[in-house]
Design a protein around this ligand. Structure first.
Ligand SMILES: Cc1ncc(C[n+]2csc(CCOP(=O)(O)OP(=O)(O)O)c2C)c(N)n1
Length: 578
């Protein structure tokens, strides 16, 4: 039977078991939307901005393990996806993004709403392609899903010209696909693994350094067993957090420029660094020449290109994290490293992560979240709010914390939570955001309201672009250039002190929530934190905004100053009087 390209598109989505589609219409996608009209098996979600849309698809994918699927129009619809595509691809999130395109006869003619989205996204996606022939459509979509979810997952962009959407052709959709030159690694090189085990056998001060690869491979339970079997302490990157429960006695903390003292000390002093699924990016290594200098380094990663790119390793192993960990579980032995574990525990006791000053602190908010919600999905935005969350959030399981790690995209947290809630309707979903990042995709409040998504939105409101302000305070002589969110034209030039002239709130998030048709709670003292969270939990049909008014100049500590080694942490912050 002959069907249109648009009808085949819908059939393909069903064959790929897509039940939720994040979509925003426009002229060059209208045939695709027409084919979706009245479709019962696919929920078509209409966010309020394509950037919100793609972050929502990302949150859906990260929290469910399924492929997130987007559909937008050509030109501005497509370019509005760019930041979200880069965000997801950087963190290895599987997405397939369909973009409408002008008819093939007009491509390259400066046609209305034409952009070369394949050219634009080539360097920030795993694969991007324009379908130029109707007969290639089915195979291209099949390939897109296969590439997005296999090997190192990533984003695939499929650009669909309007004439392809309208053209008639076969209704065949392939079940299997082979792609020449694309062979995701599925085995573990046992020779290399044995070398790694041999090194471990002689280790006195080994650590595991775990990145997002373990979460992506769903290898958390196996990782916990491996740590317990060997007795080796576990340090995580931000993306690897949750690889073993944060309450586990072998869990040390996060590494990196805002890592814990104990974790950074342990990395600097270990003799074997066994890393799985991390890229060793500059935010975790600090000064590269001084990174883990005493250690032999073993590195397991699914992506051969990630191995020895930043840190030259002694034993490279290209493998899926879960497969490799399962093989290790069969062969690894308990090590006698209790002295080393005690040394690390002493560091933990000596310098626990900073609890902040008195008053209403972000740490208190996150601790209350830990107590009230044991199984929630928590998304963060980017900035201090993200760093405090990664330091203090308790996690037992995979897919509990969603955060933009690689690209660090402000405006991510709230739309990602929308996707997470749609994918996990029975779980509590909580956003922890700053006042700056919240305003980058605030329009999605309408989406959360109309789809009746009871998301709890915690805004840590310091009235600053806090993370940048902290750097200005610590490394730029308190020159708060363009970081005050309460700035008014009448303010003193060069002001660097929150003072009596500062407007109390800009904007008034509570009234903003109300204007979208939902509820807001403002919390100004510690005693009210829990009541606000409990009351939000009871609001089961709509989102709740809780605005926590925190100290304007509270900092995330410890911090490794730029260009320094992990050993050179500043542990405490200076206080400034009002
Ligand atoms: C889209 C985008 N623009 C700019 C930045 C740079 N940046 C990183 S953190 C930050 C401040 C965030 O402020 P806010 O959202 O209020 O959160 P806080 O740090 O105060 O918790 C900025 C501007 C970014 N990461 N992403």
């Amino acid at each position: 039977m002959e069907i249109t390209g648009a009808e085949l598109f819908v059939k393909a989505l069903k064959e790929e078991s897509v039940t939720t589609l994040f979509a925003y219409p426009g002229g060059q996608a209208i045939d695709l939307f027409n084919a979706l009209y009245g479709e019962k098996d696919i929920d078509v979600i209409l966010p309020r901005h394509e950037q919100g849309l793609v972050h929502a698809a990302d949150g859906y994918a990260r929290s469910t393990g399924k492929v997130g699927v987007c559909l937008v129009t050509s030109g501005p619809g497509a370019t509005n996806l760019v930041t979200g595509i880069a965000t997801a691809n950087y963190d290895s999130v599987p997405l397939v993004c369909f973009t409408g395109q002008v008819p093939t006869s007009l491509i390259g003619n400066d046609a209305f709403q034409e952009v070369d989205i394949v050219g634009i996204t080539r360097s920030i996606s795993k694969y991007a392609v324009t379908v130029r022939k109707r007969e290639d459509l089915a195979e291209t979509i099949r390939k897109a899903f296969y590439i997005a979810k296999t090997g190192k997952p990533g984003v695939v962009v499929v650009d669909l010209p309007k004439d392809i959407q309208r053209a008639y052709g076969s209704d065949f959709y392939p079940k299997e696909i082979t792609i020449r030159g694309y062979k995701p690694n599925t085995s573990v090189h046992m020779g290399q693994l044995n070398k790694a085990l041999d090194i471990l056998r002689h280790a006195k001060k080994p650590v595991f350094l775990i990145g997002g690869g373990v979460n992506i491979a769903h290898a958390n339970k196996e990782m916990t067993r491996l740590a317990e079997l060997t007795g080796i302490p576990v340090i995580t990157t931000i993306m690897g957090k949750g690889a073993i429960p944060t309450t586990h006695s072998l869990y040390v903390g996060n590494i990196g420029i805002h890592g814990s003292y104990a974790a950074n000390r342990a990395i600097s002093n270990c003799d074997v660094l066994f890393s799985i699924g991390t890229r060793f990016n500059d935010r975790i290594t600090g000064k590269i020449e001084e990174f883990a200098t005493a250690a032999k380094i073993i590195h397991i990663d699914i992506d051969a290109a990630s191995i020895s790119r930043n840190i030259v390793v002694d034993v490279p192993i290209v493998a899926d994290a879960k497969k490799a960990i399962c093989s290790l579980l069969e062969k690894a032995e308990p090590l006698s490293v209790s002295e080393w574990v005690n040394e690390i525990n002493d560091w933990k006791k000596e310098y626990p992560i900073d609890m902040g000053r008195s008053g209403l602190t972000p740490q208190m908010v996150i601790k209350a979240v830990n107590e009230i919600f044991t199984d929630a999905v928590v998304t963060t935005d980017v900035g201090q709010n993200q760093l405090w969350t990664t330091q203090f959030l308790a996690l037992d399981e995979n897919r509990q914390m969603l955060t933009s790690g690689g690209l660090g995209t402000m405006g991510y947290g709230f739309p990602a939570a929308i996707g997470a809630k749609l994918g996990n309707p029975h779980k509590d979903v909580i956003v922890i955001s700053g006042d700056g990042g919240m305003q980058m995709n605030i329009q999605e409040m309408a989406t959360a309201v109309v789809y009746e998504l009871p998301i709890i939105i915690c805004i840590l409101n310091n009235g600053y672009l806090g993370n940048v302000r902290q750097w200005q305070e610590m490394f730029y002589d308190r020159r708060y250039s363009s970081t005050c969110m309460r700035y008014r034209k009448s303010c003193e030039i060069g002001c660097n002190t929150p003072n009596h002239c500062c407007p109390e709130y800009t904007p008034d998030f509570i009234r903003l929530a109300e204007s979208y048709g939902t509820k807001g709670i403002r919390v100004t003292k510690p005693a009210d934190i829990k009541d606000a969270l409990i009351s939000a939990k009871q609001n089961t049909k709509a989102p709740t905004v809780i605005e926590f008014i925190i100290d304007r100049e509270i900092n995330v500590m410890p911090i490794v100053p730029p260009g320094n080694s992990l050993n050179d942490m500043i542990l405490e912050s200076e206080e400034h009087g009002e």
